[in-house]
Design a protein around this ligand. Structure first.
Ligand code: MSP
Length: 535
């Protein structure tokens, strides 16, 4: 099907600050988007999946100075770590944006001109608090509250990260955010799923109802940013620049990309962490409203990954100083890449905070992957190869329409799964697939193919049993593919169905009856060797 006939689907991750190495949290968000993107491709949608790096701002400038590099050299030295980890984690992004690229500079300057023409910016002076680490301004009220909570004599600490705040006093351009309160509230009323999950919407609404202030969107006290086109002493505030990346990547402001922009914008999903929803659900839509551009359909806010303290059972924020930080590579070493993806996507409810631990990782891996999914594949293919001379059985006459317990579960399974997947209910989607996996493992026990195989009079029955098992596996391989792409390709390959791996009609592919009969069947190595011992 040509691209124009397919439904466009555009999903984005936040663009990550380049100064910290990719960690479990950033990887979590990126894999959430990857699973969604892979699912949509399998559904035949025309997907664009964007990730990238947020490279401007005072934080980057200061870090570069500390390392005796220019900010650009500093960013260039760190960017490869992101490319490498995304490749390792099988991230299938179609584009990777860096805010220092010419396309972003041009788009941001276009934004400034549009804002000015629309009358939503003005010059004034800013006198207030700023946290360089968070790249965020704080009001006197927020600072007073933080002082009360974290109180250190003679210091004002950031409400978010508790680092010392800077007093900033400088000339600045302001964006008239205060004029958008009513329009934002109307947006939330008319599109209750603009912010997902629903409980996050309440948080956003309460914030907007409490009143909005104009925000400072340019800086003069350092120069690592995109120059304001009509006022070259000023560089763009890093968030005003960063948020626009989503539109830049599909051609905002670029006449040569007008068709692409018309087709791709607005995005269907911005996936972000709960700490940055105000930027995405308040400032970003207001910026777009100001220049008359369409608004993204959904902002999906995920929770934080917390490390479970095995003694207290409580989740704690990961930090180097607590000594509980887990690096992606440590988890890859334990679970493999596919086990890693499966664990984070199906055991941490997207939207809520997740308490992770090595014990739990091992438990989930062993129970779901080694003992259930991996075991089902290896037992079934082993029996097929053994009883049918290295092949899948010749398909029994009329088998696909014959009722059996596995077919009963498989019917409508892909539809149920797709409903969950489309709204990031990955736990629900996994549970649906696991129903078939567990049922198939029980079916092996109940039908005891090894006994049937000894009785030549029951040969037809044996064919039917193994066919039902392989067909269930084929369907599960399709449904697990967004989570564990390589494993699914391998499972299909072992059934001589590798050409099915690039499926673009998932619901049709998951109809009962697609198995190939009499083709080579390979047992292969264990897909998920059991993990022993605690780490
Ligand atoms: N550069 C901004 C985003 C600009 S988007 C226009 C930024 N970058 S960040 O690198 O600090 O954070 C990126 C994302 O990582 C955020 O969505 C944040 O929620 C997420 N995480 C950081 N720590 C996390 C966990 N411990 N768990 C899950 N995600 C967390 O903010």
């Amino acid at each position: 099907m040509s691209d124009t006939n397919r439904k466009p689907f555009y999903v984005t991750t936040p663009i990550y600050y380049v100064n910290a190495a990719p960690h479990l949290g950033t990887a979590y968000c990126t894999i959430l988007c990857d699973v969604q993107a892979r699912f949509r491709r399998a559904m035949g949608e025309d997907v664009k999946f964007l990730t990238g790096l947020d490279e401007h701002g005072e934080k980057v400038q200061l870090a570069a100075e500390d390392h005796n590099m220019t900010p650009q050299e500093w960013c260039d030295s760190l960017a490869p770590a992101f490319h490498d980890i995304w490749k390792t984690l099988e991230i299938s992004n179609d584009d990777f944006i860096r805010t220092t690229e010419p396309r972003q500079v041009a788009a941001v300057q276009h934004l400034w001109n549009r804002m000015k023409d629309a009358g939503y910016i003005y010059k004034d002076s800013y006198d207030g608090w700023y946290c360089v680490h968070e790249e965020t301004y704080y009001t006197e009220t927020q600072v007073a509250k933080s002082d009360e909570e974290h109180g250190v004599e003679g210091q004002h600490l950031c409400p978010e990260c508790q680092r010392e705040l800077q007093r900033v006093k400088e000339e600045s351009w302001f964006f008239k955010l205060s004029e958008f309160q009513d329009r934002l509230l109307a947006l939330y009323d008319e599109h209750p799923d603009f912010v997902m999950p629903a409980f996050r919407m309440n948080e956003v609404r309460t914030f907007v109802e409490s009143g909005l202030r104009d925000i400072s969107v340019s800086r003069t006290s350092f120069d690592w940013g995109i120059p304001v086109p009509f006022d070259d002493k000023h560089v763009t505030y890093v968030w005003f620049d960063a948020l626009l990346n989503y539109a830049t990547a599909v051609g905002f402001g670029d006449p040569a990309m007008a068709d692409e922009y018309a087709r791709r914008w607005p995005a269907q999903y911005h996936v972000v962490g709960k700490d940055i929803i105000r930027f995405h659900c308040v400032i970003w839509p207001a910026m777009l409203m100001a220049i008359g551009e369409p608004l993204p359909e959904h902002v999906f806010a995920h929770g934080f990954l917390m490390v479970k303290n095995e003694e207290t059972g409580q989740g704690e924020k990961m930090s180097k100083s607590r000594g509980n930080a887990i690096a992606p590579q440590d988890v890859i070493d334990l679970l493999g890449v596919e086990g890693y993806r499966y664990y984070f996507m199906t055991d941490c409810v997207p939207g809520e905070d997740g308490a992770i631990s090595y014990n739990r990782m091992e438990q989930v891996y062993n129970a779901d992957l080694a003992n259930s999914w991996g075991n089902l594949v290896s037992r079934s293919l082993n029996m097929s190869a053994k009883y049918f001379d290295g092949k899948t059985p010749e398909l029994p006459e009329g088998w696909a329409s014959r009722a059996n317990p596995l077919r009963d579960i498989a019917d409508g399974l892909a539809e149920r799964y797709a409903e969950c997947m489309g709204v990031f209910d990955f736990v629900g989607a996994k549970d649906a697939v696991m129903e078939l996996v567990h049922a198939a493992n029980h079916y092996i026990e109940d039908s005891a193919p090894w006994t049937v195989a000894k009785d030549p009079a029951r040969a037809g029955e044996l064919e039917q049993i193994i066919t039902n098992l392989l067909e269930s596996i084929r369907i599960c391989a399709h449904l697990f593919a967004p989570f564990m792409p390589q494993t699914s390709v391998e499972v299909l390959r072992r059934m001589s169905l590798e050409t099915e791996a690039d499926c673009t009609d998932l619901l049709a592919a998951c109809q009962w009856g697609g198995l190939a009969g009499g083709v080579p069947a390979t047992k292969g190595n264990a897909l998920f060797p059991r993990l022993g011992g605690k780490k």
